[in-house]
Design a protein around this ligand. Structure first.
Ligand code: CU
Length: 261
């Protein structure tokens, strides 16, 4: 009952959690932990009964630039001499894969997904898979290897370069599961053994995001009516944003053209 009361209190207090006094926090250990976890989040869960949908396609402005294959400099016996460079993956209708599309600064909406609890990043054929993915605060990550060579998975905060963890994967079948950072942000991942191996993990404190697939399309559902900033991020082309106005029960189209760099 006390915990329930604390949760209800937190639900109301979340947006200003960092302003809560220490005196209140010591009332319950559970509450203190929850409060700390929420201190950096400005997202509030509300019931969204008839939200709108944002959908669109991301393409490149003009043709994809020609990018030389990756030259393999280590473990050529297993990895081969070269690997196709996956910086720009364009589908047959020009859709651009591996773009993260998300609402910026959304402060309230539906709850974070509870399934899956764990995302995965696989070292396979001397590359990371997937290249780009998204997660939410509170999820874990399983890092594994399908390769019989030594990999080293090294996620870093993309802004500060601070190491999040640094995991050696010594053999095929090795895996380890770790919590994701407590705060949202963009995580860049490298392999210290193979300098060409890169991946990106977006971590959000809200559920309004999508990673484009082979067709470059995205759909973001159950958005509360309002005007938001929609961002499309790509590892090489960078970010582009546009305002979108979402109406209850309607679908709004928001297509992006990113300029290759
Ligand atoms: Cu590696």
């Amino acid at each position: 009952m006390i915990e329930l009361a604390a949760e209800l209190f937190l639900l109301k207090a979340c947006p200003k959690a960092r302003l809560l006094s220490r005196t209140v926090a010591v009332v319950s250990g559970t509450m203190l932990l929850a409060q700390l976890a929420m201190a950096e989040s400005s997202y509030t869960v509300i019931a969204v009964s008839n939200g709108g949908t944002i959908q669109g396609v991301v393409k490149l402005a003009g043709a994809a630039p020609t990018i030389a294959p990756i030259v393999v400099t280590k473990n050529q016996d297993y990895c081969g001499e070269s690997i196709t460079n996956p910086v720009y993956v364009v589908g047959k209708d020009g859709g651009l894969q591996n773009v993260e599309v998300y609402l910026k600064d959304i402060t309230k909406g539906k709850a974070l997904p509870t399934d899956p609890t764990t995302i995965s990043l696989v070292n396979t054929h001397c590359m990371f898979s997937p290249r780009v993915q998204a997660s939410t605060v509170g999820q874990q990550i399983t890092i594994s290897s399908e390769d019989p060579v030594l990999h080293n998975t090294h996620p870093q905060n993309s802004e500060t370069n601070a190491t999040i963890y640094n995991i050696a994967l010594p053999y095929k079948g090795f895996s380890v599961t770790k919590p994701l950072p407590a705060n949202p942000g963009l995580i860049k991942v490298k392999c210290d053994a193979h300098e060409w191996m890169h991946a990106w993990i977006w971590e959000f404190d809200h559920p309004y995001f999508a990673t484009t697939g082979e067709d470059g399309k995205f759909t973001i559902k159950d958005v509360p009516p309002g005007t938001y900033t929609l961002v499309a991020w790509q590892e090489a082309a960078g970010e582009k944003s546009m305002p979108v106005t979402v109406t209850s029960g309607k679908t709004v189209t928001a297509d992006f053209q990113l300029t290759p760099k």
